[in-house]
Design a protein around this ligand. Structure first.
Ligand SMILES: [Zn+2]
Ligand SMILES: [Zn+2]
Length: 180
């Protein structure tokens, strides 16, 4: 299995390949990235957000079912995402079908009124993207606040995480890889 990132052009294209490389280094698997060929639907006008579950449902239809795509797909979008019952989500994964999505909207400093920096945005997309991909590879949330599989409720908690899996999660990922 390989990993494919579909990158929306509303997120800086210049950091696409560096992000793919960093994710590849963390999980020690090949990661490819290309501009997203898919129109994302699920826009909710009253919230000015996109429904993350709807987008993953579409992806499941197009890629997994119709095209028989065996890759694990991660979408990176600039659109702000929600799921029913939550104001927003940084990202979402549907492990059974290997599709996941991350929104860069709330990962940008400018969302919080601060100056944007590519390094900050790259760091956060790498952490969130790896987190969702690892859900697709069977990993659950982790109690270690520095581990990528920790579930962050705020940007500060996301920034406190390191760009690595703790030893326990790394072992779980290896078990997954060698059982494939
Ligand atoms: Zn999670
Ligand atoms: Zn962990």
């Amino acid at each position: 299995m390989s990993i494919l990132i579909f990158w929306d052009n509303d997120v800086s294209m210049g950091i696409m390949h560096p992000v793919a490389r960093m994710i590849s280094d963390i999980i020690d698997m090949p990661v490819f990235a290309e501009e997203n060929p898919v129109m994302l639907r699920g826009y909710d006008r009253s919230r000015n957000q996109n429904d993350a579950s709807r987008i993953l449902g579409d992806m499941q239809d197009v890629y997994t079912r119709r095209m028989g795509c065996a890759d694990s797909i991660l979408i990176v979008t600039g659109k702000d995402l929600f799921i029913r019952g939550r104001d927003f989500v940084f990202g979402l994964a549907r492990p059974g079908v290997n599709v996941s999505i991350v929104s860069a909207a709330r990962l940008m400093n400018s969302w919080y009124g601060r100056a944007d920096r590519d390094e900050d945005l790259m760091d956060r997309i790498v952490k969130e993207g790896t987190h969702e991909l690892c859900h697709c590879m069977g990993l659950d949330h982790c109690d270690n606040p520095e581990c990528i599989m920790y579930y962050p409720q705020t940007l500060d908690e996301l920034d406190r995480k390191k760009k690595m899996l703790c030893p326990k999660c790394r072992e779980n990922l290896n078990i997954y890889k060698f059982s494939e």
